[in-house]
Design a protein around this ligand. Structure first.
Ligand code: GLN
Length: 556
């Protein structure tokens, strides 16, 4: 019988429910349990694919091509169970499915209502996650208790325990215990109110995970337990971690959470071994190298817009025992101030994916700067398209080379629409999406990094390299290091005459894990470490290493 854990959030948003849920999934897996993760999002968009990064941060793409919430990235990085379309539902999808059933006449003339029709639909998508090969399903409910749009989801998870038995369900509530400076006290009232709201709906949480900046005293813990009607041991402290997110699972273990879950759900679990995780943290605390990487994007100021990229850079740092300092550079700032001022001193430059016109000239300047100065360059999706445009314009003399996404009538449309996209008008879920095979050219930097002949990587784009220019580019020194197996789509370009210049049409950042860095990110950081060494040696007289670091600091 599959057991279910439901994770809700209270008091405020951004408490790190996704990370906490992923950490719990990881701990249970380490105890030998087969875990599946799911996120239910109360917003009405069918998926986050059409939402602005300002609203929602990154869109995380799965192998099956579903465009999902960025919390699924945490799940995939922390746990090993398969993730698919079934792992992320929104209110929009739930309603869409119910309305389609109504149109087909499946409700036999009944009035279709939130209870039971919408709640039944929600319960069915939760039930779908269980099965003979699954011990625990962790379902995270997005949003905050008290939001109007969360209500059907909370009602559904309340009913769920009546269907499968209360003993098979565990309700976990993530809440905030703020510190008030003026009173020099932690405050438990917001938590009491939030749990009060849950209990009004009919959900008595079993475990409270309390986010706090300061440790919760025994007295406060007892107070929370008493007012929220849970045993004292079920009040788990989750103190802010300013060093690394990888401390979260360890701190939950220290507070007895995995043991409590196993006991409460009556799970047959082995004892915990998280030595590899502890080693990872030890490595992070004791780096052997340090590199500074500039990520040049349109949404650089938004910390979640390129989430998986930042995480993948960290993973590659873990791989090399290097501290990776990431400078988030707004591409439009480069347009105003020039690349030298903003990019000098970085040991590697990465241009991530993106859409539309804003900031693209700044990205092109960043590519040129990396190419001309021999700084390792990693282009991802739009970052690859920019590499192609820049090479065409500045090396091959293709004046006006551009992507037709930005300039419909470009004189040299070196990036153009994929054939399959020509007649597509709907925006949602219609790009080239999901995992596709890529054949690697022997001897290329990509083939060396992957140590493979072919790979599977995830895509999310409408435009591609224009094959009409292929021969010209090849003759001018650009190498097509990866293509689709039929050779028709260019997936990776490289510059052989450069220390490390690799640009890919796909999104490798969706397949990197803390203990298994993605080969291309590892290759990029390796080359950036080399760059730093070369600079320290070569420029010893002209530019002291300290000055170089100082310069970078001002941008980070
Ligand atoms: N806008 C480009 C395209 O659609 C790149 C997409 C991306 O970077 N994800 O092809």
């Amino acid at each position: 019988m599959t057991k279910h854990i439901f994770v809700t959030g209270g008091v405020v948003s951004s408490l790190g429910k996704g990370l906490t849920s992923a950490s719990i999934g990881m701990l249970l897996e380490q105890r030998g349990l087969r875990v599946r993760m799911q996120k239910l999002d109360p917003y009405i968009n069918v998926d986050p694919g059409t939402m602005s990064p300002y609203q929602h941060g990154e869109v995380y793409v799965l192998d099956d091509g579903s465009e999902t919430d960025l919390d699924l990235g945490h799940y995939e990085r922390f746990t090993s169970g398969p993730l698919s379309r079934d792992c992320n539902y929104t209110t929009g999808q739930i309603y869409l499915s119910v309305i389609e059933k109504e149109r087909r006449g499946q409700f036999l003339g009944k009035t279709v209502q939130v209870i039971p029709h919408i709640t039944n639909e929600i319960k069915s998508v939760i039930r779908k996650m269980g099965g003979d090969d699954v011990d625990v399903v962790i379902t995270e409910i997005g949003g905050t208790v008290g939001d109007i749009e969360s209500l059907p989801f909370l009602e559904a998870i309340r009913q769920f325990s009546l269907d499968v038995g209360r003993e098979n369900c565990l309700y976990m509530h993530l809440t905030l215990v703020p510190y008030l400076k003026a009173a020099d006290e932690l405050k438990t009232k917001p938590t009491q109110h939030s749990v009060g709201q849950l209990r009004e709906i009919g959900i008595q949480p079993d475990i409270l995970i309390c986010r706090c900046e300061r440790s919760i005293s025994r007295e406060d813990r007892e107070k929370i337990a008493l007012f929220c009607n849970v045993p004292g041991e079920a009040v788990i402290e989750e103190k802010d971690k300013d060093f690394s997110i990888y401390e979260v699972p360890l701190s939950l273990v220290d507070n007895g959470l995995d043991e409590l879950i196993v006991r409460r759900l009556g799970l047959q679990a082995k004892s915990l071994d998280i030595s590899r995780w502890s080693e990872l943290l030890h490595g992070l605390r004791n780096p052997r190298h340090e590199v500074s990487i500039a990520v040049v994007g349109k949404y650089a100021e938004h910390k979640d817009a390129y989430k998986s990229i930042y995480e993948s850079l960290d993973h590659a740092g873990i791989h090399h025992r290097a501290q990776v300092r990431i400078g988030r550079i707004q591409s439009s700032d480069i347009e105003r101030e020039g690349p030298e001022r903003l990019l000098a001193g970085y040991h590697g430059i990465l241009v991530p994916g993106g859409f539309g016109e804003r900031g693209i000239e700044g990205k092109l300047q960043a590519v040129r700067y990396a190419r001309e100065k021999g700084i390792p360059y990693f282009g991802i999706c739009l970052g690859m398209q920019c590499a192609v445009i820049e090479y065409g314009r500045n090396v091959m003399g293709l004046d006006g080379a551009h992507s037709t996404e930005v300039e419909k009538d470009a004189s040299h449309p070196v990036i153009c629409l994929l054939d399959e996209q020509r007649n597509v008008t709907d925006k949602g879920g219609t790009m080239r999406l999901g995992s596709m095979p890529c054949q690697l050219a022997a001897g290329s930097a990509a083939a060396t990094a992957y140590a493979a002949e072919s790979v599977q990587e995830r895509h999310r784009h409408r435009y591609e390299f224009n094959n009409e220019y292929r021969q010209q580019y090849e003759a001018a020194g650009m190498r097509f290091a990866g293509t689709s197996p039929d050779g028709k789509l260019v997936e990776i370009v490289e510059l052989a005459e450069h220390p490390w210049f690799v640009a890919v049409q796909f999104h490798p950042e969706f397949k990197s894990k803390p203990l298994q860095a993605h080969p291309l990110f590892a290759g990029f950081i390796g080359a950036s470490i080399e760059r730093r060494k070369r600079r320290a040696e070569g420029d010893a007289q002209s530019l002291p290493a300290a000055a170089e670091t100082e310069e970078v600091k001002s941008n980070v």
